[in-house]
Each structure stands twice: as C-alpha cells, then as structure tokens.
Write a protein that binds this ligand. Structure first.
Ligand code: FAD
Length: 471
C-alpha cells in the first residue's frame, strides 16, 4: 500500500513530551510529522492537567488571601464567584498556550495531523481522524502517547457526578459535598480548589499519609492547614460499595487493613476519583512495530529513550514514573537529538516534584527516610519559616526548608520545602544536586533579603551543627 505521507520523523502524541520532541526534531532539520488525537496541541498538561489546574489554584489562592487580609485590617467581604467567568478565564489561559504551540509548529514546518494513530508495521502508522484514514511512513518515530486517569472499578462512571480530574477541571458546579478518593498530588490540588470555592470536602487515602511517597515531615503543615480549613481526611481507608442515588452518590468506606477503622457510608453530591494514571502504551498496536509493552502499558526504554526497536523511541508518562511534564519535555528533547545522531544519554540525577496545594510541597532527590534506609549517613539542615522575616510579613510561617546532605562528602543529596511558592524555590536545590554542590556552597552564596529563597541558605547554615567551618 502506498503511503499518503512520508517523513523522516513521526511523533505520536502532542503533549509536553511530543511537542518538545517534534519541535527539536524540526529545529535539527528533520522533516517531522506530529500526530495528535485532539484538535488542540499540548496534551494532558496544557489542556486538562498542569495548566488549567494551576489557573484554578490561582483563583483559590486569591479567595483565601483576601479572606486572610482581614488579619491586617482589609475586608473584601464574602467573595462572589461567577463560575462561568472562572471557567472562561481557565479556558483563556489554556487557549493562549495551545494556540501558541500551533503557531510554533507552523513556524517550524512541523506537519500536524489530527487523528488517532496506530502502528501497522515498524515503519508505518495509520491515522484515523476527521480527514479520513491516512498511512504515514516514517524512518524514525517517537512515541509520546502519554497516560490517562485510572477509572477505579466499582464506581458508577456513567453518572456525571462521578468525576476524574478532567471532569473536575470542567467546573460544572460547586458541589455542596465533595468526596476526593485519593490523597495524592492531583486529588489534593483539586480538593484545594473546590474547598476554596465553598465545597465541603472529604478526602480518603488508602495509605497512612497524604501525598504518599513524600517526606511525612513536609506533608504535616499541609495536613494541619487542611484540617483547620475544615477538610475531612480519612487515612488508611478505601472507598467501596458505591451507588448512584437521586440525592447523590452514596459511598461506603472500609479500613485499608483488617482491624482498622472506617467512617460510615455517606452521600456526596460529587465524587472525584484521583487514584493515579495509567500509561497509554497498550493502545497503539505497538506489537505490529515489534515494540515491547509491559502488561501495565509502559514502554521500556534505555538511557537514550530507545525502545527495543532501535529506530523507535518512547518518552513521557508512558515510559514510567514520575509522570511529570518536565520529565517528558526533557526526554522529548533527548530522544529527538539521539534520533538525529547525537551521542547523548539521560544524565539528569534528579527530577523535582511539586504539589501546588496550599501550602505547596516540593521535593527533590532523596528524603531523609530514604537516605537512612539506603544506609547513607546523612545530615539534615532544617530552617523553619517562623524565623523568616518574609514569611512573617506575609503571614505564612507554617513552612520550612530542609536540606539533606551526605555526611561524608557534605554534598547535597536531597531537599524538601513546604510553604507558599515552594515549587518556585526547589529549583535551587535541584541545581545544587546536579552540580554536586556541598552544603557550604549554598550557605556561602549570598541570597537576597528578605526572600523566601533565603530559607535555602539558612537551612544550609543550620544543619544540626555538624559542620563548623562554614565560611
Ligand atoms: P500527555 O500529556 O498525556 O500527551 C499525550 C498526547 O498523546 C495526548 O494529547 C493524547 O491525546 C495523544 N494520544 C494518545 N494516544 C494517541 C494516539 N493513538 N494517536 C494520537 N494521539 C494520541 N505534571 C507536572 O509536571 N506539573 C503539574 O502541575 C501537573 N499537574 C497535573 C494536573 C492534572 C490534573 C493531571 C491529570 C496531570 C498533571 N501533571 C502535571 C502530569 C502531566 O500532565 C503529564 O506528566 C504530562 O502531560 C505528560 O506528558 P506526555 O507528553 O507524556 O503525555
């Protein structure tokens, strides 16, 4: 069969990984086709992930900040919320970015084809879209088809009151009572939004802490604040026995372990299920190209992002955790450069994680507990924001900054920050780890005063007194 389109590089999926790969590939002079199921570029992150959630979290922060302003004598009164206007604002933010991507694709002469792509051989993908079926023959390919929300079985998914994160971002209404199943980053970000908008929010988490995997020390100020704000949190509990009723969605609860406790069944106006994301690797007929896919749908790759088929690469959420946009873009660039012939491989030591909750939680590298489990002798420098002039000035002293360093070499191996803008502050720690900084390199760097960034330098200075010759 004759191909409708031929190209040097085909990129499958236009999320942060895919569009970065396609743009880099085109910049390197490769004739590039970018295939995307939806009309809008940007994938989950721009359309139904990072960007819309942060636009709504900004609105939530404004609501909370204006309520808090009464502490210093300014009363804005009760907020009047127009959901239509808020939705329009969110859509405007998303639209500006996705339109920008289309412009950038055009500028680079990346040919964008709308439709669902599936492999038919090791050098061909068939695309089914609004323009009919097209066969594209490629020399090289980068698979960037991402992931999607796990639809936990047992929930009445045909009822619109049961939502995944995409539905929750639609902001159809402000439910009076909202249940969030899953106390991870996505669940807690959406809980933050709906709580600020006025919902009575309950969170159930199967594990023994919110944000499982994060340093429990960092999670505590967030858990305390959520409690103060009236969010009910049930740990070591799972939702079960769900039923759609006229009055709402009835959800039963069970303890995660035998002998544990669980609350009584309750009726909620809406339920958000945010229990993780599943990779899309299994939906592409990758076997027809000879590409290995794991049972869970991940596509294994080497340090150059190559699959087991040397001219086919894979990147982003579908190659493994952490499922984060900045990991996908980094991998996208690398895959395009390796495909072009550059002799490179994955060199990043760490990938920062951020929960844009209130307060934000950001961490990078290994945590204190992990370091101890690995038998690494570590020191910890912790600076409480209660001693930061800036944090006091903005009335947000619950935060702290923590640095973890190898006691033998004094090199920074991890760090965590909880507090407002923690996500913006963590990059310094990531850079320190990438550059092999010693703790006194940070302490000796002059940080501007009064800023929250000073807390990183302060943490370097107050690390348990194990080093005395800082300066
Ligand atoms: P995706 O963004 O999933 O893009 C894959 C694209 O491929 C999609 O557009 C899809 O339509 C397309 N596709 C799939 N199959 C096919 C096919 N067969 N044919 C054609 N097209 C196909 N990460 C962060 O780093 N920071 C955040 O703040 C953050 N917030 C998030 C909030 C939410 C609510 C969610 C859900 C996720 C969030 N993430 C965040 C995660 C982030 O969105 C992902 O890690 C990121 O989008 C992964 O990029 P990707 O390129 O691998 O895939």
């Amino acid at each position: 069969r004759k191909a409708d389109v031929e190209c040097r590089m085909l990129v499958l999926g236009a999320g942060p990984g895919g569009y970065t790969a396609a743009f880099r590939s085109a910049d390197l002079g490769m004739d590039t086709v970018l295939v995307e199921r939806y009309a809008s570029l940007g994938g989950v992150c721009l359309n139904v992930g990072c960007i819309p959630s942060k636009a709504l979290l900004h609105a939530a922060a404004v609501i909370d900040e204006s309520a808090h302003a009464s502490d210093y004598g300014i009363d804005f009164g009760k907020p009047k919320i127009s959901l239509d206007a808020l939705r329009t604002y969110k859509e405007k933010v998303v639209g500006q970015l996705t339109k920008g991507l289309s412009g950038m694709a055009k500028q680079r002469k990346v040919r964008v084809i709308e439709g669902v792509g599936r492999f038919v051989s090791a050098n061909e993908v068939e695309i089914e879209g609004p323009g009919g079926k097209q066969l594209v023959r490629f020399e090289q390919c980068i698979i960037a088809a991402g992931s999607q929300a796990v639809k936990l079985p047992g929930f009445p998914w045909d009822d619109a009151r049961v939502m995944d994160s995409t539905d929750a971002l639609e902001l159809d209404d402000i439910p009076r009572k909202l249940l969030v199943v899953g106390g991870g980053i996505i669940g807690l970000e959406m809980a933050t939004v709906y709580r600020a908008l006025g919902s009575d929010v309950t969170v159930v988490e199967f594990m023994d802490q919110l944000m499982p995997g994060a340093d429990p020390d960092l999670v505590k100020p967030l858990a305390d604040r959520l409690k103060k704000q009236g969010v009910t949190v049930h740990l070591k509990v799972k939702a079960s026995g769900t039923q759609a009723q006229k009055a709402g969605i009835q959800v039963g609860f069970e303890p995660a372990e035998s002998g544990g406790k669980a609350p009584e069944a309750q009726v909620f106006d809406r339920v958000l299920v945010a229990v993780g994301r599943a990779p899309n690797g299994g939906k592409l007929d990758a076997d027809k190209a000879g590409v290995n896919v794991t049972e869970r749908g991940f596509i294994p790759v080497d340090r150059q992002m190559r699959t087991n088929v040397p001219h086919i690469f894979a990147i982003g959420d579908l190659v493994g955790n952490p499922m984060l946009a900045h990991k996908a873009t980094h991998e996208g660039r690398l895959a395009a450069e390796v495909a072009f012939g550059e002799k490179k491989e994955w060199v990043a030591r760490v990938i920062p994680s951020v929960a844009y909750t209130d307060p934000e939680i950001a961490w990078v590298g290994i945590t204190e507990a992990e370091a101890k489990a690995k038998g690494l002798k570590v020191g910890v420098g912790k600076f409480p924001w209660a001693a930061s002039g800036r944090a006091i000035g903005i009335g947000r002293t619950e935060g702290f900054t923590k640095l973890v360093f190898d006691e033998a070499t004094h090199r920074i191996v991890g760090g965590g920050i909880v507090g407002v803008h923690a996500g913006d502050l963590i990059s310094e720690v990531a850079l320190a780890i990438e550059m092999g900084c010693e703790v006194h390199d940070i302490a000796a760097t002059i940080h501007p005063h009064p800023t929250l960034s000073e807390s990183v330098a302060m943490a370097a200075e107050v690390f348990d007194g194990t080093i005395t010759d800082l300066y």
